[in-house]
Ligand binder design. Structure first.
Ligand code: CO
Length: 210
């Protein structure tokens, strides 16, 4: 197979061992529209990239998703999962844990008009969180790692993670639609709004929720 610049970039990235470096806001790769994956490199390289992205995500406490641009690749690929350690807490909060999922060339549309505001963070905006109002139910169109086309509905935390990761692939960060007055360090969110939730934050910081 003739090698593409993207394939060379992936091979170079995978040459180094250990977790992949996560780029931070300000890097233009986070603002590019990612190229769809259309077989620019072979299944073997794709599988190895997905594995390394998974290991990188799982190695970061609290991480629920990682998109290829966050490791410097302008490519339509993301991985997501809620950590095992969070499963019980999610179920207690009425949420469905999300199994490990690979998004290849994803896109989504809102289902219905329901919107919900919740604190959200991003590995590329390290140390900070803000409230984003998003559709609470979406229809996701994606391919999986084998190229199979799938259409699925997501609600709750799954819908939020899928939207956040898919947005990365069009050069969008959660900050672009965040309530700026909600902007808080992760430490403040945990200390003040972890149990009280976004409604208390909205009242005390002065922003609105849907
Ligand atoms: Co992110």
């Amino acid at each position: 197979m003739a090698s593409s610049p993207l394939a060379d970039q992936v091979a170079e990235l995978l040459d180094k061992t250990g977790p992949l470096a996560v780029v931070q806001a300000g890097d233009p790769v986070l603002r590019q529209r990612a190229a769809p994956y259309d077989g620019q490199f072979g299944d073997d390289l794709l599988a190895r990239l997905i594995l390394r992205m998974r290991e990188t995500m799982e190695g970061i406490k609290g991480a629920v998703g990682l998109a290829a641009p966050q490791v410097g690749l302008p490519l339509g690929l993301a991985v997501l999962a809620t950590p095992e350690a969070l499963a019980d807490r999610l179920i207690q909060a009425g949420q469905q844990p999300v199994p490990f999922t690979v998004l290849v060339n994803p896109s989504y549309r809102a289902v219905g008009r329901g919107r919900v505001g919740s604190y959200e963070g991003c590995l590329s905006v390290s140390g900070w969180q803000a409230v984003v109002a998003r559709p609470d139910r979406i229809r996701l169109t994606r391919q999986d790692e084998t190229g199979r086309h799938l259409v699925e509905e997501y609600a709750g935390i799954g819908a939020r993670i899928v939207q956040h990761e898919t947005d990365h692939l069009s050069g969008t960060l959660y900050l672009d639609s965040a309530e700026l007055r909600s902007f808080s360090t992760t430490e403040q969110v945990v200390r003040r709004w972890g149990a009280a939730g976004p409604a208390a934050a909205a009242e005390q910081l002065g922003f609105s929720l849907p």
